[in-house]
Write a protein that binds this ligand. Structure first.
Ligand code: N01
Length: 541
């Protein structure tokens, strides 16, 4: 018996890791090779890469610069890996993660093609029982759920899809062999960040392309191109400084601070100068480096929104199409801003047309295509770029059952409740890097993931050192975090619109901020404070 009156646990593993993306790979290396834990990883896909394994649609690319979007923990990898483009495409990021996995011999730690469908806490033994789709079970004291925020596609909302006789492809589960669009009649449903990357590339290949848009987005040019080798040499030589600077920025990449505190406190000419400076190739600098009040003041945000609508009107030849593509129902960056290469020009092509679903909604998918309230369209290929059940979806799919048989789906029936976005009261010894209510949407993910995994593993080490069986946040700490999350989010414009950030893209999903809106620097400071105070807010049982 243990001090806690439980039977001495007989547990297969110290740690189970779910997912072999950026989080799972780093966690495997650190836990197994640095800390010497007995670890097993599980991955639903056939290889490493996580989001970059699944999202192989044409045009898939990261819109944070490749010099920032990589691990920092291994100097040798950082020094030897040569990014070829300013913004790396999906194949190159996947190749990078495969390289990391090979170099650190991480693949042998994972069971691939293994989807965990049940994860149940055993109070008596003080461990989790994880069961995969094929019925095989294992037990682990700790679990790191590196399942990612965007790994479960939103459920199909069109009953007729089952009877559609053409090809259907989801962007988040793209065929490895690619899709041949040549000469075909193609439809894309959705105009989020994914579709905005894919549409121009599909338009170049398809016979015809029809885009079905419900909500237009504010997109700005990515300005991708080859990465200058001397610039890369320079970054590599100064990586430590580049990383340090990045960690001290709101978004976890070394972008300049805002040029002015307010968009309303400068002349029209100065405002235009600043927006012009960051429109092409500025990426997220359009929000982080222009004016400090764009996320807080509707009036200030209207200046960037109108600037972007003006650029759409310049780029799209047909004024009616330009107007349909111009967002009017949300503030810039309150939905995730996409970055594009030739997106608006795609609508100037003869073979591309746009259907405005606000005016003529889709009634259903039919055997031959799509029926709106206005017409029936026939297609050879349907591309669903309809998004994800973000943050909570991937965790709920793990079939998590915590203390006292409480299901996560019940505990989160009114929205997620977490502590720091990384742990859940009643679900001991479980950590979720980039979980709901974490800083995930406002941080360059690889360094953010390193912070999360490091924190989780240090908490695990502390629990082990203290002889703790069950480590979990207190309900008070969780309640405080929830109020804090809402408080910060409500001070911005983000809670004033409908978006996947608020869970409102999925019918029936509770509307709640799935993000911490305070930025990477504050978030890291909170982590440091919590840890410095002996993992304050966690109960070591
Ligand atoms: O998904 P989305 P996504 N009928 O939810 C439409 C990341 N990402 O895959 O807005 C008709 O943004 C929906 O319309 P509406 C990034 O964080 C990163 O594009 O709900 N339309 C919307 O237009 C991003 O935010 C990179 O009215 C329907 C679209 O489908 C996140 O992934 C690249 C519909 C879904 O847009 C998700 O982006 C790409 C329906 N029933 C993506 N249902 C990088 O560069 C949905 N829609 C790293």
């Amino acid at each position: 018996m243990t001090d806690h009156g439980r039977e001495a646990p007989t547990t297969d593993l110290d740690l189970a890791i779910i997912g072999a993306g950026f989080s799972g790979l780093y966690a495997m290396h650190k836990a197994r090779d640095v800390m010497g834990l007995n670890v097993q990883g599980f991955e639903a896909g056939g290889g490493v890469g996580g989001t970059w394994y699944w999202n192989r649609y044409p045009g898939a690319r990261c819109d944070i610069e490749s010099i920032y979007y990589s691990y920092s923990f291994d100097d040798e990898i950082a020094k030897k890996w040569r990014w070829s483009e300013k913004f790396a495409g999906q194949p190159e990021i996947l190749a990078y993660l495969e390289h990391v996995a090979d170099k650190l011999d991480l693949r042998r730690g994972f069971a691939f093609d293994t989807r965990i469908v049940s994860t149940v806490w055993n109070e008596a033994a003080g461990h989790w029982t994880l069961t995969s789709e094929d019925g095989a079970s294992t037990t682990a004291r700790f679990v790191i759920a590196g399942t990612g925020p965007l790994s479960i596609p939103k459920e199909n909302e069109f009953p007729g899809l089952a009877h559609y006789t053409g090809e259907v492809h989801r962007t988040g589960k793209w065929p490895h062999e690619g899709v041949d669009f040549a000469g075909k009649r193609v439809a894309v449903i959705g105009t989020g960040a994914t579709a905005i990357q894919a549409i121009p590339r599909i338009a170049e290949q398809a016979g015809t392309l029809t885009v079905f848009q419900r909500t237009p987005n504010f997109a700005a040019p990515l300005d991708n191109g080859p990465l200058d080798p001397t610039e890369l040499d320079d970054v590599i030589a100064n990586y430590a400084q580049v990383r340090e600077n990045s960690r001290n920025r709101f978004i976890g990449a070394d972008y300049p601070l805002p040029e002015h505190p307010s968009a309303l406190g400068v002349s029209d000419d100065e405002r235009k100068r600043v927006y012009d400076k960051y429109y092409v190739g500025g990426g997220f600098r359009m929000i982080t480096s222009t004016f400090g009040d764009l996320m807080f003041s509707a009036e200030a945000n209207e200046t960037v929104s109108e600037y972007l609508r003006e650029r759409i009107r310049e780029r799209v030849k047909d004024p009616k199409t330009a107007e349909i593509l111009s967002p009017r129902n949300h503030f810039y960056a309150t939905k995730r801003p996409p970055f594009e290469t030739g997106y608006y020009e795609a609508y100037n092509r003869e073979n591309v047309s746009l259907v405005d679903l606000r005016a003529t909604p889709i009634e259903d998918i039919t055997e031959r295509g799509i029926r709106t309230t206005d017409a029936e369209y026939e297609f050879d290929v349907l591309v669903l770029a309809t998004g994800f059940d973000a943050f909570t979806g991937p965790l709920l799919q793990l079939g998590l059952v915590g203390r006292d048989g409480v299901r996560l789906s019940d505990y989160w029936a009114d929205g997620p409740h977490t502590y720091l976005g990384i742990a859940i009261t009643g679900f001991p010894n479980l950590f979720m890097p980039m979980g709901p209510q974490s800083v995930c949407i406002h941080i360059n993910n690889p360094p953010g993931i390193e912070d999360h995994v490091d924190f989780a593993l240090r908490a695990i080490a502390a629990a082990t050192e203290r002889g703790t069986t069950a480590l979990e946040p207190t309900i008070e700490a969780t309640d405080q975090w929830n109020s804090y999350i809402w408080g910060i989010a409500d001070s911005t414009l983000m809670t004033k619109v409908e978006s996947w950030y608020m869970g409102s893209n999925v019918p029936g999903k509770p509307r709640a901020p799935l993000f911490f809106a305070g930025g990477a620097v504050l978030y890291r400071a909170i982590f440091a404070q919590v840890e410095g105070n002996g993992f304050a807010g966690f109960a070591f049982d």
